[in-house]
Write a protein that binds this ligand. Structure first.
Ligand code: SF4
Ligand code: SF4
Length: 338
């Protein structure tokens, strides 16, 4: 059954309040929310439904999820739009539709039932809402993941984590694993992207507490979040939630509204992030994108140092796990490996 639209209505003003993300936009007739996607038409909130901007079988490592069904493929779908407007968005053609006239990605009809059929035909054990921000299409995402769950297929989420409490209550029971961004550690930084820090921190804590397998990604952007102190704050926060949460530090390259220089994250800032992660006590820190020779993609046993998973980019080259445990010392590797 199609879920209820995540909104309330103010009886006095007739305005609609969207509950899909922490912006909680209040919208009059004809107005679109900050995401540019959800809009009030004839008194109702119109939301994405029955369409996808992309549908693909991706390696799980591409999400990135390194400790969740490694080496398996995940059926990935996205829609259009985002509640943030990051100047460094690497997916802006899709995420900024509705806000930037140059963003020209389009949707194609696709039923949720068709997606489940595809997942089953390809023996895929997980479906991910990804590519753009899942929260702007939360009803559609929830419907697809509900059908998936009924078939024993895991639900995954790749999100900026700007959850409302209502969104957390809706999605948490449907999601087995999520990669959530932690883009910086200042409210000012988040406001420059169109968000706020506190809901993101609360979302990471809440999903982890609910038993969702969480991995965190930080795109290391020169001059935005790459100071030693900010990297340390990010790493300390993650370690405070759990030192077993993998932290993906990804290299930035100049795109969208960012200046041409610097063209990419200097390798030494990626190395600094890795070091801050280690100092904070994080057991699994991984580099992503082209980090100019700084490469940390393998998983070692945190107990004895044995190589457990060797990766090159999205490719798993070796996997040595004994029912999710280190074959040498039997220490359990945090994550989902069944
Ligand atoms: S999804 Fe977020 S940004 Fe979009 S209308 Fe709803 S509350 Fe506003
Ligand atoms: S939150 Fe992600 S998808 Fe949205 S604008 Fe920022 S980088 Fe792009």
């Amino acid at each position: 059954m199609r879920p209820d639209i995540m909104m309330t209505r103010d009886a006095a003003t007739g305005k609609v309040q969207c509950l899909a993300c922490a912006h909680h936009c209040r919208l009059g007739e004809g107005q679109a929310g900050i995401c540019g996607v959800r809009r009030v038409v004839h008194g109702d909130l119109q939301v994405p439904w029955g369409e996808v901007s992309g549908l693909a079988l991706d390696p799980m490592e591409k999400k990135p999820l390194f400790h969740f069904l490694p080496e398996e493929r995940v059926l990935s779908f996205g829609t259009l739009g985002c509640n943030f407007s990051c100047a460094f968005c690497q997916n802006w053609h899709c995420s900024q539709v509705g806000k930037d006239p140059l963003a020209d990605a389009r949707m194609q009809p696709c039923s949720a039932e068709r997606m489940i059929e595809l997942a089953k035909n390809h023996n895929v054990r997980a479906i991910a809402s990804t590519y753009n921000e899942p929260l702007v299409s939360i009803e559609w995402t929830a419907y697809v993941l509900t059908l998936a769950k009924a078939e024993g297929i895991h639900g995954c989420l790749v999100s900026n984590g700007f959850f409302s409490e209502e969104a957390l209550a809706c999605l948490t029971p449907l999601v087995s694993a999520a990669n959530l961004d932690l883009k910086c550690f200042s409210d000012e930084g988040y406001r420059s992207l169109g968000g706020r820090l506190a809901p993101v921190l609360a979302g990471i804590r809440a999903m982890h507490a609910a038993g969702v397998w969480i991995e965190v990604t930080t795109l290391v952007v020169p001059g935005f979040n790459d100071s030693d102190s900010e990297l340390r704050q990010i790493a300390d926060f993650i370690a405070g939630v759990s030192p077993d949460i993998p932290w993906h530090v990804s290299a930035y390259f100049s795109t969208y509204k960012m200046p041409a220089e610097p063209e990419r994250t200097p390798p030494e800032r990626i190395a600094a992030a890795v070091e801050r992660g280690r100092q904070a006590g994080l057991r699994f820190v991984y580099t992503g994108n082209d980090c100019g020779g700084v490469r940390q993609e393998d998983t070692l046993c945190p107990q004895c140092g044995q190589l457990l998973i060797a990766r090159r980019g999205f490719l798993v080259r070796q996997k040595h796990l004994d029912n999710g445990r280190c074959p040498r010392c039997q220490h359990p590797l945090p994550g989902v490996f069944a």
